[in-house]
Design a protein around this ligand. Structure first.
Ligand SMILES: C[S@@+](CC[C@H](N)C(=O)[O-])C[C@H]1O[C@@H](n2cnc3c(N)ncnc32)[C@H](O)[C@@H]1O
Length: 507
């Protein structure tokens, strides 16, 4: 076996940002569930295992100059890219290490307050899960926080058969992974057409195959086609990590922490029959959950919410997107679509549209009737999970963060101009990355260079072989692309640009 240990390495992963990896996000989740979070204003050390291209770590490192960040990945293409961005941007508190999980214990990584690994646990061998567990055992500080995401049972059970089907064809082929993946998808489609009963008897499976067949093969490669692929119940992961003296604290999907949004009163009453430690699995079974982002901690005691609510009340929040995701008033929750109570949400959004505010200000000043702690946590959790608002960074240090994030964004934008797919930028106002599609980044570059934006964006897209899309369809001819760019530029001028200026992303 070569260094890749059966993990797909000839197709780079997507250059994504995940707010669940952010320390501020994890700290909010902890405080909102009665756990005292680490103090992010003091120096801290954070490690990301399997960091991919390191986008989440780079964005966080730019905003926390007093902390040290370590990213580990064995794929040289990922680490070389991440190192180049860090060096181009002059972000010197992030260190990318090209190494395998097997070498973690021999690494110079110091004891850490945070160790996170997203998209790793389900996709590596059991031996590597053991390497990670031992690393946590030895290098996580007391009171430290671990974030592990994994493909969850029972939600994934139906898809397991589909993955097996595709994998049989994939393993029968030789050559580059991407071509094999396309063949495997086609094979699964053909198998469905000849009447395979797995599709007839598993609701939604045929639609899922159709959806992934139209998806990004880079994501599919890393999701379905690694040699190792494990599905877990929450309690299985909890038992494994207990070996490293870790216990479950909360979920980074903030909505998943709110029991009444995961089970109706009748199911919650039944859940009383099982021990609290077993209830997470029960919730997953109730909503047929497919993915978890769990926070485990070493020694963070769970208290009543009154003990930690001051972290939420004194925390600051900021609008990072417009209201379009909640314009219909309905949002996707674990039990299905649900209507938001506008009397609770509107005043909070109105206040945040005027500028960043503390939890206390949102609760008291937002509406005629102050929000109680439970409602405040619900409103903030839902709006953060939807990406409408973010956790704001403190006013102290803003000028330094502005310089650092502008440098990072410029380095990222230079890569976009060379054709790298990257849709995230850093804001000095919030710990969260902000999504910025490529054509908007080109409008921003035109703004910085003082050139005409529409033809600049079009000439760059054309040179990179890219095209605009409308309603999911790629626009082929020049006139259509120019018209679409013009329409998008109007929205940029009236809405996105002013918001980005407030977020310190646009000068
Ligand atoms: C699905 S990707 C997730 C990347 C990143 N965490 C993110 O969320 O964008 C998993 C990453 O783990 C890395 N990886 C897998 N097995 C590894 C191993 N044994 N040692 C080090 N890195 C590994 C892969 O190269 C890949 O970048």
């Amino acid at each position: 076996m070569n260094w890749s240990e059966g993990y797909v390495t000839d197709v780079g992963y997507t250059r994504g940002y995940y707010r669940e990896l952010s320390s501020a996000h994890q700290s909010f989740s902890l405080a909102a569930t009665g756990h005292e979070p680490p103090d992010l204003e003091k120096p801290f050390t954070k490690v990301e295992l399997g960091c991919g291209y390191g986008v989440s770590l780079l964005i966080e490192a730019a905003n926390y100059p007093h902390a040290q960040f370590f990213g580990v990945d064995f794929n040289p293409e990922h680490i070389a890219w991440a190192k180049r961005i860090a060096s181009d941007a002059g972000i010197d508190n992030v260190h990318f290490l090209e190494m395998s999980f097997a070498d973690l214990l021999g690494s110079p990584i110091p004891p850490a307050e945070f160790v996170v690994f997203h998209g790793v646990w389900s996709w590596v061998s059991d031996a590597n899960r053991e390497n990670i567990t031992q690393f946590l055992d030895r290098r996580l500080k007391s009171g430290g926080v671990v974030m592990v995401s994994f493909n969850t049972l029972p939600g994934w059970s139906a898809l397991q058969g589909l993955r097996e089907l595709m994998m049989r064809r994939y393993r029968s082929l030789a050559g580059p992974s991407q071509a094999r993946i396309l063949q495997a998808l086609k094979f699964a489609g053909d198998f469905k057409s000849v009447g395979a009963q797995i599709f007839a008897r598993s609701p939604g499976l045929a639609e899922h195959l159709e959806k992934i067949s139209a998806g990004d093969t880079r994501y599919l490669a890393h999701e379905y086609f690694n040699q190792d692929w494990g599905l877990f119940y929450h309690h299985q992961v909890a038992d494994r990590l207990a070996q490293a003296r870790l216990s479950f604290a909360s979920s980074c999907k903030l909505i998943d922490n709110i029991d009444r949004l995961n089970m109706p009163p009748s199911a919650l009453a039944l859940a009383e029959q099982v021990a609290p430690s077993e209830r997470e699995t029960l919730k997953d079974i109730y909503v047929n959950r497919m993915f978890r982002y769990d926070i485990f901690s070493r020694g963070l005691e769970k208290s009543k919410i009154v003990a930690t609510i001051d972290h939420v009340l004194n925390g600051r929040f900021v609008m990072i997107d417009d209201r379009s995701k909640i314009a219909s008033g309905e949002v996707p929750l674990p039990m299905g679509k649900s209507k938001l109570k506008s009397e609770m949400y509107d005043p909070v959004l109105r206040r945040l549209e005027a500028g960043p505010a503390t939890g206390q200000e949102l609760a008291i000043q937002a509406g005629a009737k102050p929000l109680n702690h439970v409602d405040l946590i619900e409103v903030l959790s839902i709006l953060i999970d939807l990406g409408v608002i973010g956790i704001a960074l403190p006013p102290a240090g803003l000028e330094d963060r502005k310089l650092r994030t502008l440098r990072l964004n410029a380095a990222l934008q230079r890569r976009i101009m060379k054709g790298d797919d990257m849709a995230w930028l850093a804001s000095p106002m919030t710990s969260a990355g902000v999504i910025v599609p490529d054509f908007i980044q080109l409008f921003m570059a035109a703004h910085d260079q003082g050139v005409e934006p529409i033809s600049f964006a079009w000439q760059t897209l054309k040179a990179l072989g890219k095209r605009m899309t409308r309603d999911g369809k790629t626009l082929k001819d020049e006139a259509e692309n120019l018209a679409e760019l013009q329409a998008r530029f109007e929205i940029f001028k009236s809405d996105i640009g002013p918001r980005f200026t407030k977020l310190g992303i646009l000068n």
